[in-house]
Design a binder for this molecule. Structure first.
Ligand code: 3HC
Ligand code: NAI
Length: 708
């Protein structure tokens, strides 16, 4: 019999199954705990307590999940009662046994609801976890108090600080759930378990009274260890140490006192800019998947992949494809190059074997999906081919002519070019509609970003196929238009120039790198040059010398280093010294002398920069070019620029990306900075028309994020 749920509780339905009140949360897509769901849950528990015929309550989720957590979209908005902690407390206070039956995600607030229930059963495929830390938060509905009481301080800290998901079996082993269901039929399993509990007269059993913290000394020791590790590991992050503090309170204070502290710390996290940045990142990385072509067109088949070139990128791309379980055919110029290409791939897997993360048998099995040839005819059956040969339009056109000749009709022909004009490449063959850019980042088997570069003539289903490939390779695709450097490298070139100018004007590369690291990047710009190899940028600069605006400032310091053969880590020195293959560089007085000489040559009297000024200029350059990229429709929205930088350039996730950061600083401030810097170099510091327009309208980048 279906009971009549109150109008505001339509997302939570109640149904009597004998003496059990079945409470189903049905709030697509993931049963997030919106205000209506919270109201519905509360009303259901009230009803169960009030109705004498009901002896137990069973909570389940409709669809693919139990509950994915609090409704993230509500954060930052005025709170609507009832609060989730109140709902959880009310569930726990129920006078009749409450059972949570978990399938799919029981994350964050979802797991907290389950912990407030008196008994828990999970089935295969369940994902339990407290991932709030990844959103700059801590579990705010009793999770920091109930979890340690149930599974102990050490296990709780591990779960909450890592934000990782556990499966049903592990959750059972650690005591998070009481039972693992035999089948995946969540309703049948939940009902059977509840009936069993009733038959056994199982009592109401509240997690707040659980005793896993009984060994106080061991619990406090776990807290001390976690605090020391967290202080070391999560540099700059706000919520991890708050988590430790909240779990400590679970040991030191009675339950209600601990809950009060948890609430206070949770609200501090909610108010932190890191929460805003991380939640922006969460939604942005989902929005990038919704490029217009993925809505309108169906992907083509992706069963056999070809890669042309077995160098740094070709080999990395091949590994990414092999790791996705797909077969790869590699083409190289000659047998020796092909052998090198294969060796590059094997080196990746051998590294994993050395670390004990892969067995030799598994490697052999993976390599059976690899085949190589020096003849393009081997690509006749490929569904998609990725070209990764030298960065030279003529060489690439010759490769594409071959692909045009041998590939079957409908094959997608992709280029991994970093800068070249893909429209021109497409126009050079008979099937331009099948040509697309797939810009991977190095190392291609590791880096998550994939710029999907969309030329003029490409068909929508080719774009959809590129997004599908990204999904198979577990990459984060960002749609980009054709221009020199697409989104990422185009913006990179501009803030690199700003860094070069600061270096010539008086800041040392070491100070600039340190300031950029303190902002949150893992490396500064000069460390990146040394890692990637100074020769790569040098070749690009030489190629562009003829077309460079002679009026634009050109800092020659990097050229002076390259002329000496100082290409960075691989040559033992670049901006830094790398004694005996060391990977962490030390400052080089000779480089500083070269910089001094260059300042003299350029007639510059060096001045000092504060770290704050360095970051202000670096970010202003990045944001301004990011705005240009959106203005010219190279990026669909500001959030596409954000995801590019989060996934391809080490931008600190807790700041959300450059455009989100700009919104948080305030666009009028960014524009004022640019105008101030323009007094020194008006050609370089030209404010983007989009930035000016937004400031004039009192709008921000976020206002453009809905409009793709
Ligand atoms: N609130 C609001 N929307 C959510 C959401 C949430 N908690 N979780 C997912 N969504 C949305 C997504 O934005 C997406 O929306 P879209 O279709 O408009 O793009 C849709 O639900 C589907 O999400 P996914 O594409 O991610 O679906 P998957 O099936 O791949 O993954 C999932 C499902 C594993 C549940 C994944 O969505 C996820 O990890 N969600 C976040 C879980 C989380 O962080 N929970 C903690 C929230 S904070 C909290 O609970 C605080 C509490 O302690 C007080
Ligand atoms: P690489 O020099 O390491 O490899 C190029 C490979 O292509 C060599 O093995 C060479 O033998 C092979 N090759 C050349 N001509 C060929 C032909 N006609 N047929 C078959 N094979 C041929 O170069 P890398 O770094 O792998 O770059 C390849 C492409 O990827 C370039 O377009 C580059 O701009 C782009 N790219 C490079 C990134 C990087 O960080 N290295 C990042 C993203 C893109």
């Amino acid at each position: 019999m279906t009971l009549d749920p109150s109008a505001d509780a339509a997302l939570v339905t109640r149904e009597l199954r004998g003496k059990v009140l079945l409470v189903t949360i049905d709030h697509a897509p993931v049963n997030a705990l919106s205000a209506d769901v919270r109201r519905g849950l509360l009303a259901a528990i009230e009803a169960a307590d009030a109705d004498k015929s009901i002896e137990a309550v069973l909570i389940v989720g409709a669809g693919r999940n139990f509950i994915a957590g609090a409704d993230i979209r509500e954060f930052g908005k005025p709170p609507v009662p009832p609060s989730l902690p109140d709902v959880c407390n009310r569930i726990e206070a129920c006078t009749k046994p409450v059972v949570a039956a978990i399938h799919g995600a029981a994350l964050g607030g979802g797991l907290e609801v389950a912990l407030a229930a008196h008994y828990r059963i999970a089935v295969d495929g369940a994902k339990l976890g407290l991932p709030e830390v990844q959103l700059g938060l801590l579990p705010g509905a009793g999770g920091t108090q109930r979890t340690p009481r149930l599974i102990g301080a050490a296990a709780a800290l591990d779960l909450i600080l890592s934000g990782r998901h556990t499966g049903a079996k592990e959750a059972h082993a650690m005591g998070l759930v009481d039972r693992v269901g035999r089948s995946s039929d969540i309703l049948a399993e939940g009902l059977a378990y509840t009936h069993e509990l009733l038959a056994a007269h199982a009592p109401v059993r509240r997690t707040r009274d659980a005793a896993a913290l009984a060994d106080r000394d061991a619990s406090l020791a776990a807290v001390a260890t976690a605090r020391a590790e967290t202080a070391k590991k999560s540099r700059g992050l706000f919520s991890p140490l708050k988590i430790v503090e909240a779990v400590e309170a679970a040991i030191e204070q009675p339950f209600d006192g601990g809950l009060r502290l948890e609430r206070k710390l949770f609200l501090q996290c909610i108010d932190s800019p890191q929460r805003a940045g991380l939640i922006h990142a969460f939604f942005a990385e989902r929005e990038v998947l919704k490029a217009p072509e993925t809505r309108d067109a169906k992907p083509r088949a992706l069963d056999a992949i070809g890669v042309v070139g077995g160098g740094t990128m070709g080999a990395g791309i091949a590994v990414a494809v092999l790791d996705a379980g797909l077969p790869v055919t590699m083409i190289e110029r000659d047998d020796a190059s092909l052998a090198r290409g294969r060796a590059h791939i094997e080196k990746v897997y051998d590294g994993l074997i050395a670390k004990g993360r892969l067995s030799a048998e598994k490697k052999a099995q993976i390599m059976t999906r690899w085949s190589g040839s020096t003849s393009y005819d081997a690509l006749a059956r490929a569904d998609l081919v990725i070209e990764a040969v030298f960065e030279d339009l003529a060489v690439k056109q010759a490769v594409f002519a071959e692909l045009d000749r041998v590939c079957k009709a409908g094959a997608v022909l992709a280029t991994n070019t970093s800068y070249l004009d893909i429209d021109a490449l497409a126009a050079s063959i008979s099937r331009p509609a099948d040509v697309i850019g797939l810009h991977f980042f190095s190392p291609a088997n590791i880096m998550k970003l994939l710029e999907v570069v969309v030329p003029k003539q490409v068909r929508a289903d080719v774009v959809a196929t590129a997004f599908e490939l990204a999904k198979k390779l577990r990459k984060t695709p960002v749609r980009a238009g054709v221009c020199d450097g697409f989104i990422g490298n185009r913006v990179l070139a501009v803030y690199r120039s700003a860094a070069d100018a600061m270096m010539e004007d008086g800041a040392s590369p070491y100070q600039i790198d340190a300031a950029v690291r303190a902002f949150g990047f893992p490396m500064g710009p000069f460390q990146v040059v040394d890692l990637a190899g100074g020769d790569i940028g040098w070749a690009t600069r030489k190629r562009r010398a003829a077309t460079r605006n002679p009026a634009a400032r050109y800092v020659q310091i990097a050229d002076r280093l390259c002329e000496r053969g100082w290409f960075g880590q691989k040559t033992g020195r670049g901006f830094y010294l790398y004694p005996e293959g060391s990977r962490s560089g030390t400052p080089d007085p000779e480089v500083e002398a070269i910089i001094d000489a260059e300042r003299v040559r350029a007639g510059i009297t060096p001045r000092t920069f504060t770290d704050e000024e360095i970051v202000r200029r670096y970010m202003a350059a990045m944001i301004n070019e990011g705005a240009n990229v959106v203005h010219e429709h190279i990026a669909l929205r500001p959030l596409d620029v954000d995801v590019t930088f989060l996934y391809g350039y080490g931008f600190p996730r807790y700041r959300g990306g450059p455009m989100k950061y700009a919104d948080m600083i305030g666009l009028p401030k960014i524009l004022a900075d640019i105008r101030e810097f323009a007094n020194e170099d008006p050609l370089f510091w030209r404010a983007s028309p989009l930035l000016i327009d937004l400031v004039e309208r009192g709008a921000d980048f976020a206002s453009l994020n809905q409009s793709a």
